[in-house]
Design a binder for this molecule. Structure first.
Ligand code: AMP
Length: 435
């Protein structure tokens, strides 16, 4: 948080009131920096990691500026467009923006793939001031002439790095051809690299640059742990940590859809309240699962990276990297789901021998060491980090609800890069990419 108050920022009384109602006490650093620049009419290239309050940093000044000009009374044309990488993020950003603009009667609509286009066309016919969209579905609607961007005044590329990772460069280019000029364009990216800079060069006009986190840094609000575990023991170890550690809610990242389903079945058999969210689930199922998790009715949400993108859950205490991501930036995105907006969080990674290399790459990216430890004992819900056991043959066992979870020594783990199992595992060793 910053030393400034919202009353120091150029926002109208209606927005100040809304922020008070939402319980926001002070602007976050990105809000303090970005809001005045957007109000002055600059294009913006902002590097801000997830959870920093970046949605409000673009939505508030856009709403403020839109509210100063009356919309076309007959047809409320789209005056601001926010492009986002995933449907979950589209829903999230649209919900937040609607909240922020409620006192000024802003109309906010979201469109994304995976649901029937007809309903979205019907919604859009009623007119909207701000449209939040994923690139593919938006392009469809533009090509069908269901909407136009001829009255566009503001364009936001949110999580631009992720949109490029997901291969949306072509639809973005085509959407830009439909978008009216001159307009104010804002590009937000969690991690800045060459490709986002090229995008900025192409589509931003003399932008002001703001940056609130060091490049690819992780939030200091998040305590990070890594445990050395054989791949075949991961489910057992996770279930032990959840039960014995008396965890509250946790978001668990798993590499593939198949592994998500397998883990959820395993946890459910262990009587742990777990649900899955990934790209093969219907939109309805995904929304239901998310709602349950957000309401606190579901303890453990197991997800692939793509499905979890954009989740914004207040005060999520724990993120688990059940599989260590092979793209190091994904680690930053994942653990950004906890320790948000001033809350403390923990990130736990279960590291199989073959994943050690991924952990090294992550450490290089975040310029921080994440110490690899043996699986801890848990006493009265507290993790007790035990001393390393020196000999390879000495494998300590811990009780987990009548079952036995193998605890491997760090030494044996470091020496032995094969994946061993003390009993048949429900998991294969597949590291596919079917997110
Ligand atoms: P974002 O980075 O936009 O996804 O925001 C992360 C979370 O922080 C959301 O739950 C917001 O509601 C919350 N938030 C945004 N700005 C503030 C603020 N100034 N004070 C407290 N919470 C905030």
């Amino acid at each position: 948080m910053t030393s400034k108050n919202f009353s120091d920022l150029p926002l109208c009384p209606e927005l100040q009131f809304t922020l008070q109602e939402l319980g926001y006490k002070k602007p976050t650093p990105i809000q303090e920096k970005a809001i005045p620049l957007v109000m002055e009419g600059h294009d913006l290239l902002a590097e801000a990691q997830t959870g920093t309050g970046k949605t409000a940093s673009f939505a508030l000044p856009i709403i403020e500026k839109l509210s100063k000009k009356a919309p076309d009374p007959k047809y409320r044309s789209i005056r601001a467009l926010v492009l986002v990488p995933t449907r979950e993020l589209a829903i999230q950003v649209a919900d937040n923006t609607l909240e922020y603009g409620r006192a000024l009667s802003m109309r906010v609509t979201s469109v994304y793939g995976g649901v029937r286009v007809e309903n979205q066309v019907r919604k859009l016919k009623r007119g909207t001031d701000i449209l939040v969209a994923t690139p593919g579905r938006l392009l469809d609607l533009l090509q069908q002439k269901a909407i136009d961007l001829e009255s566009l005044e503001f364009m936001v590329l949110d999580e631009a790095d992720r949109m490029l990772d997901l291969g949306f460069i072509e639809p973005i280019k085509q959407i830009m051809d439909y978008a009216a000029e001159p307009r104010q364009t804002l590009l937000f990216s969690a991690t800045a690299d060459e490709s986002t800079e090229v995008l900025a060069e192409f589509y931003l006009n003399d932008p002001k640059k703001v940056r609130v986190a060091t490049r690819n840094s992780t939030s200091h609000q998040v305590k990070q742990f890594a445990y050395a575990v054989d791949n075949s023991d991961k489910a057992d170890v996770l279930s032990y940590l959840i039960s014995e550690g008396q965890w509250g809610q946790a978001l668990v990242f798993v590499r593939t859809k198949k592994r998500v389903d397998e883990l959820v079945q395993y946890l459910q058999r262990e009587k742990i309240d777990a649900g899955a969210i990934h790209g093969d689930k219907s939109q309805r199922e995904r929304i239901r699962m998310l709602d349950e998790f957000m309401r606190g009715d579901l303890q453990i949400l197991v997800a692939t990276d793509v499905a979890a993108r954009g989740l914004d859950i207040d005060a999520l205490p724990m993120v688990v990297n059940y599989d260590v991501p092979n793209v190091p930036e994904d680690y930053v995105h994942r653990i950004g789901r906890t320790g948000r907006a001033g809350e403390m969080g923990q990130a736990v990674s279960l590291v199989a021998p073959v994943e050690k290399e991924f952990l090294n790459r992550i450490e290089k990216l975040i310029k921080q060491k994440i110490k690899l430890r043996p699986v801890p004992r848990v006493e009265d819900g507290q993790l007790i980090e035990s001393e390393f056991v020196a000999t390879k043959s000495k494998k300590r066992k811990v009780k987990s609800k009548g079952k036995v979870a193998k605890r491997q020594t760090v030494e044996s783990y470091q020496k032995d890069d094969s994946i061993k199992s003390v009993r048949p595992s429900p998991f294969g060793n597949k590291f596919g990419g079917d997110n």
